[in-house]
Design a protein around this ligand. Structure first.
Ligand code: NAD
Length: 485
């Protein structure tokens, strides 16, 4: 699929790929080479309305299919995904830029979501109690809610949509996915496989587009629930708009994650964890560590080791074996990341490594791993999401000070401590205001059966993505009281 000319992407509606009416197209580029891979169409409100209507018809039939039969499609889908991991990962690397190993790991994480969703027959069971009063029994059942929508970001084009649709359709809903316009090819290929698995028409749909497409979905009266993953300003907007219309909503936003290193930490292992967290996927992860908080005297030995490792990193085209880090998603985004670095230096931070030179030596999509030392907690590089391979270093005397800095952040996605002390780890995980905590783990990504539990401005809603929360999000509870004469 990759490298055979410019593709035209279609919508998948009512069980088939359809020619979009649309509002024109946008180019999809390979960020490692700048090559245009595809043209992605932008759905207009008529496309959205047609898709929602047919999805609703699909839902009315699908909800009556027994859950044990519904999950058979997902078992077949899992097998097809397993058989096509490499092909999916190659498409993902071509349009997103992350390395092939990262892309394969992402696809595997997505497959785990499908596996967990296959457990829907027991996951969506209700409760019951006989004789709640004389001769009266009570039970709860979970029913699907209707047409659900997912709006997803560019950085995980396989996995993040799979946080949503396998759970939603296993529970008996219809789903419309609106992937990021930067990465439409991975979800299209995943949709091909779901089609091949035998999902009935209308149950799963893929529409491409931008903000106007999202607005048309958001305000459509037949859409019952919205799952969003992306930046905080858009997450807030989606949350407020959906809630104002009485729709169910979960909106996952941006992040600024701290990596706190105590003096007793195992330094070589800590450096492994920091590199994976701060520079893996070029820092374009919502779990990326972007502020390194060095406690006591750990900064000097830690940074010496870290810089040596960073200088040996191999930056380039993620599809080539041996590449440690690929490009950023667009040349504009790389420019914004370079701007953050410049601002940090102007405000007084000291660059230990500065990746901006790669923009001229390799290409405008690239920024190399950058470490900015002696920053102050109030600087923009210590507070704002950069979403690139930039690590801001703060130095503090005590763990208390570190926790105070972490808790001052307006974000609360993930937070990590590296230490050998059980009591420091326990204290940290109990007091820190972040929804996902790593202890000697640089990327604290919960598995599919746990929730993706961001806090503060990293999440708007009540029920998080995947795990048991997803079952609750995509079902409505009904309480049935019965008495028989
Ligand atoms: P983005 O917010 O720009 O776009 C996300 C989606 O929203 C896309 O499908 C896009 O088409 C749509 N969109 C963009 N602007 C919109 C608007 N004004 N109205 C309605 N829809 C709009 O995010 P991105 O750049 O694709 O992804 C990066 C962001 O996602 C980062 O902030 C990152 O932290 C966040 N993210 C968060 C998580 C999480 O779990 N919390 C996971 C992955 C990424």
């Amino acid at each position: 699929m990759v490298g055979s000319g410019v593709k035209s992407v279609s919508f998948y509606v009512n069980g088939q790929w359809t020619k979009p009416a649309g509002r024109g197209t946008l180019p999809v580029s390979n960020p490692a080479t700048g090559e245009v891979l595809a043209e992605v169409p932008l759905a207009n409100s008529a496309d959205v309305d047609h898709c929602v209507q047919t999805a609703h018809e699909g839902y009315l039939k699908w909800r009556d299919v027994p859950v044990v039969d519904r999950v058979q499609v997902l078992y077949r889908y899992k097998a097809l995904l397993e058989a096509h991991v490499t092909e999916l990962a190659e498409i993902l690397t071509a349009e997103n830029g992350k390395t092939l190993d990262d892309a394969k790991a992402e696809v595997r994480r997505g497959i785990q979501m499908v596996e967990v969703s296959c457990g829907m027959p027991s996951l969506m069971m209700g409760d019951s109690l006989n004789d709640v009063a004389a001769g009266i029994d009570c039970k709860t059942i979970r029913q699907p809610i209707g047409v659900c929508v997912g709006v997803t970001p560019f950085n995980f084009p396989a996995m993040v949509p799979m946080w949503m649709y396998p759970f939603a359709i296993a529970a008996g809903n219809a789903f419309i996915l609106k992937p990021s316009e930067h990465v439409p090819l991975t979800p299209s290929f995943a949709m091909d496989l779901l089609h091949e698995a035998g999902l009935p028409a209308g149950v799963m749909n893929v529409l491409h587009g931008d903000r106007d497409t999202v607005d048309a979905l958001l305000h459509h009266p037949t859409v019952k629930a919205i799952s969003f993953v992306g930046s905080t300003p858009v997450a807030k907007y989606i949350y407020a708009s959906a809630a104002a219309e009485g729709k169910r909503v979960q909106a996952l936003g941006g992040a600024k994650n701290h990596l706190v290193v105590c003096p007793d930490a195992n330094l070589p292992k800590t450096v492994d964890g920091i590199i994976a967290s701060a520079f893996g996927a070029a820092g374009e992860r919502c779990l990326a560590g972007s502020v390194l908080v060095c406690v006591g005297g750990v900064a000097e030995p830690l940074l010496d080791l870290l810089i040596e490792r960073v200088r040996n990193m191999n930056i380039g085209d993620g599809s080539r074996p041996g590449t440690d880090m690929g490009p950023l998603i667009t040349t504009e985004h790389a420019g914004r990341v370079a701007g953050h670095i410049q601002r940090g230096i102007s405000e007084g931070a000291v660059p230990l490594t500065d990746g901006r030179s790669l923009r001229t030596s390799i290409g405008s999509y690239f920024v190399g791993p950058t470490i900015l030392d002696h920053a102050h907690p109030d600087m923009s590089i210590a507070c704002d999401e950069i979403f690139g391979p930039v690590l801001t270093v703060l130095r503090v005397d005590t763990l208390d000070e570190a926790i105070e800095i972490v808790n001052r952040s307006r974000f609360g996605n993930a937070s990590v401590i590296f230490t050998d002390s059980g009591s420091a780890a326990r204290e940290y995980s109990s007091r820190v205001e972040a929804g996902m905590v790593g202890i000697n783990i640089g990327v604290a990504a919960p598995m599919a059966f746990f929730p993706f539990a961001g806090w503060k401005q990293s999440f708007f809603g009540d029920l998080h993505a995947h795990g048991k929360d997803a079952v609750s999000f995509y079902t409505e509870q009904k309480v049935i009281m019965s008495r028989w004469f």
